[in-house]
Design a protein around this ligand. Structure first.
Ligand code: NAD
Ligand code: DAU
Length: 355
């Protein structure tokens, strides 16, 4: 099995590539532009493996991508390359539109032309998995879950760009019969997570004795999935998912942000005791503009149709994650030199009000 993964040097992409190469024995070509979020150190465990290859390229570069398809001849494409951080999208939407919308369009076109040139047996086998987010569905109130038929209602430039890319992927299936499947997943966490996102940022700031910014009152709810559970889900969806369908991915682990931050403090206080508690570092700060109140996934379709189950609960996964950061300073210390955890995504007006 030959799998072309885009964005394989990122957080989820690297977990997926490690899984496909080391546990499934697939041949993988990882295509990644290596933005600030791409890090080949995350692939150290498999980078000498015979089944693994890396190509530094931008998915928007049609010529290079067409050459990559022609020489690697993928049976499957798993498309994860994206700008992924909501806060950065608030103050710099252009990269999000370019990579998430135009990049996905370019990749779909490259795949369509490649697919058209395949023989019948290869066409039968070929699949394109477009990896997306639950944020396309917007915000939930106190009740209910995101299902595959929940209407799209994105709030941020990031989620709007992902929504656009989902529609493109579906349209390429309906119009050109490209064998596309789409997945929409909830918040991931785990090892090799760039420390701009809530969980790794909180772990590293707490470890350094720095303030822990919680947006608004910390009441917003996210549905947390351990990244290795997501990697297994993606492999199941591309292997056995039905063409043209969407599969929601989530582990039924809703938590308020404030409870996530408090739990990280508790685990760190057990592992590396300090006088007092790290919870004293928590600070409620100006809210994120357009902050969605609650995300929660109904993963029944994935569970019933494809037999997938999350193996980690939030309680087991968060302990593993904290331990990983404690044991792998070699990975995150260089990243903190280039981005040391300052607040992102504040609009000038909100900043003035906060000051
Ligand atoms: P990430 O930001 O950690 O990694 C993105 C990767 O894409 C990086 O390695 C980056 O270098 C690469 N990339 C960016 N622009 C590129 C381009 N133009 N060409 C080639 N490579 C490019 O992101 P992540 O958190 O691993 O998310 C991966 C995918 O999963 C994204 O599509 C995201 O929308 C989706 N997703 C993420 C989450 C989450 O909680 N992190 C949840 C659901 C879905
Ligand atoms: O739901 C899936 C999405 O999850 C993915 O599509 C995105 O790529 C991924 O980044 C993530 O988006 P979020 O915006 O939910 O993740 P983030 O870690 O940025 O924030 C999680 C919650 O924590 C959110 O409610 C905002 C809040 N937050 C975040 C940061 C960085 C804080 O309270 N303080 C912080 O410092």
């Amino acid at each position: 099995m030959r799998v072309l993964v885009t964005g394989g040097a990122g957080f989820i992409g690297s977990a997926l590539v490690r899984y496909l190469v080391a546990e499934q024995g697939y041949e993988v070509l990882n295509v990644d532009k290596l933005t600030y979020a791409g890090n080949l150190a995350s692939l150290k465990a498999i980078d000498n493996h015979a089944g693994y290859r890396f190509l530094k390229a931008d998915i928007c570069d049609r010529k290079t991508m067409a050459e990559a398809f022609a020489s690697f001849r993928p049976d499957r494409v798993m498309h994860l390359a994206a700008e992924s951080h909501v806060d950065r999208s608030i103050t710099g939407a252009q990269d999000f539109v370019e990579t998430n919308v135009m990049g996905t369009f370019s990749l779909l076109e490259t795949a369509r032309h490649y697919f058209a040139g395949l023989d019948a047996a290869s066409r039968e086998r070929f699949r394109f998995l477009h990896v997306s987010t639950d944020e396309v569905y917007g915000s939930l109130g106190d009740d209910g879950l995101f299902r595959e038929d929940t209407p799209y209602d994105p709030s941020s430039p990031y989620s709007a760009s992902k929504a656009a890319s989902d529609h493109l992927a579906k349209a390429w299936q309906r119009t050109y019969q490209l064998p596309v499947v789409v997945s929409n997943c909830s918040n991931n966490y785990g090892p090799y997570h760039f420390p701009e996102k809530l969980i790794p940022l909180t772990i590293l700031n707490a470890l350094a004795g720095r303030e822990l910014p919680v947006y608004g009152r910390g009441e917003n709810i996210r549905d947390w999935l351990y990244v290795e559970d997501h990697a297994r889900a993606l492999d199941a969806i591309i292997a056995r998912g039905r063409i043209g369908e969407t599969y929601n991915v989530g582990g039924r682990n809703e938590r308020r942000n404030i409870d996530v931050v408090r739990r990280i403090c508790e685990v760190l206080d057990q592992r590396v005791p300090v006088s007092g508690s790290r919870q004293e570092l928590i600070r409620f700060v100006t809210d994120r503009p357009g902050h969605d109140a609650r995300y929660a996934i109904d993963a029944t379709k994935l569970e019933d149709e494809l037999g997938w189950r999350a193996l980690e609960t939030f309680d087991t996964g968060i302990e593993k994650t904290v331990d990983w950061y404690l044991q792998n300073a070699w990975w995150w210390e260089p990243l903190r030199q280039s981005y040391d955890g300052q607040r992102l995504g504040i609009l000038p007006t909100a900043e003035a009000k906060a000051g």
